[in-house]
Write a protein that binds this ligand. Structure first.
Ligand code: PEP
Length: 264
């Protein structure tokens, strides 16, 4: 396995926070603290609420920051009140989309099957899906983590071709670590991401597994990012709470940049 083959992706998941005006203000702060005149070695993505997407796409113009949505429907159009399609996101300049976040699974009935449909629709329409998987605390405590991860992967990636899977980002997000302040240890995160990579090698092949970006998410912050990101199989982070503070988010980006520069 070879970390240098993969570019780190640091993505902020703003969840249901910030009006459009507030989102633009935070984006400006992030631009100032993260992008003070230099290009980034890692990819930076801001996954903002639907209502702020257009404004944030405009606010990041001229920078390398990318914009992502937090969900997408799998049908192209139709009677799906409250939903948003791939084309609607593409048209306004969105490039990434989070699918299968544990909060969607917990509160909105998302399943591995619907995650699979959303991810495939995103790929077909040219969006990069960030596919979230991760075990519950009870599953970790009863030694089921690997079974859960391999089953989620198999179902969420079902029917994806080799060329599809190369464009997918996986986010390993242990549910017990999301928004709880309880972070996985560097070793737990590294081991789980390695396991996920091995599963992908079995489902596809080693070359594909070696090239796929696997993020860690779960209470990553300015203090713990460097340790987590230093793990061989952790290729970035999906960051909730800490992505709402420009200073903290920029520190995480800087940790990722420092690690990326080893390979230049
Ligand atoms: C998330 O929302 O994906 C997440 C990891 O949240 P937090 O960083 O707040 O735990």
């Amino acid at each position: 396995m070879n970390k240098s083959k993969r570019r780190a992706i640091i993505a902020g998941n703003w969840k249901m926070n910030k009006t459009a005006a507030e989102a633009v203000a935070l984006t400006e702060e992030i631009k100032n603290s993260v992008f003070s005149g230099r290009t980034q070695d890692c990819e930076v993505v801001l996954c903002v609420p639907f209502t702020s997407l257009q404004a944030v796409v405009k606010a990041v113009e001229g920078t390398s920051i990318k914009v992502g949505a937090q969900n997408v429907h799998f049908e192209p159009c139709g009677a799906f009140t409250g939903e948003i399609s791939v084309d609607m996101l593409k048209e306004i300049g969105v490039e990434y989309v989070i699918v299968g976040h544990s909060e969607r699974r917990q509160y909105f009935g998302e399943t591995d099957q619907t995650v699979n449909k959303r991810a495939k629709a995103a790929l077909a329409g040219g969006l990069v899906p960030i596919v979230c998987i991760g075990e519950l605390l009870s599953q970790r405590e009863s030694g089921e983590t690997e079974n859960v991860l391999s089953s989620q992967l198999k179902l969420c990636l079902e029917g994806m071709s080799e060329s599809d899977i190369k464009k997918v980002v996986i986010a390993y997000e242990p549910v017990w670590a999301i928004g709880t302040g309880k972070t996985a240890t560097d070793e737990q995160a590294g081991d789980a991401c390695l396991f996920i990579r091995e599963c992908i090698a079995k489902l596809y092949n080693h070359e594909i597994a070696d090239g796929i970006t696997i993020q860690y998410g779960g209470s990553m912050n300015a203090a713990n990012a460097a340790g987590l990101l230093s793990k061989e199989d952790v290729d970035g982070g999906l960051i909730g709470g800490a992505s709402l503070k420009a200073i903290d988010f920029s520190k995480i980006v800087k940790s990722a940049n420092t690690l990326e520069r080893r390979f230049l």
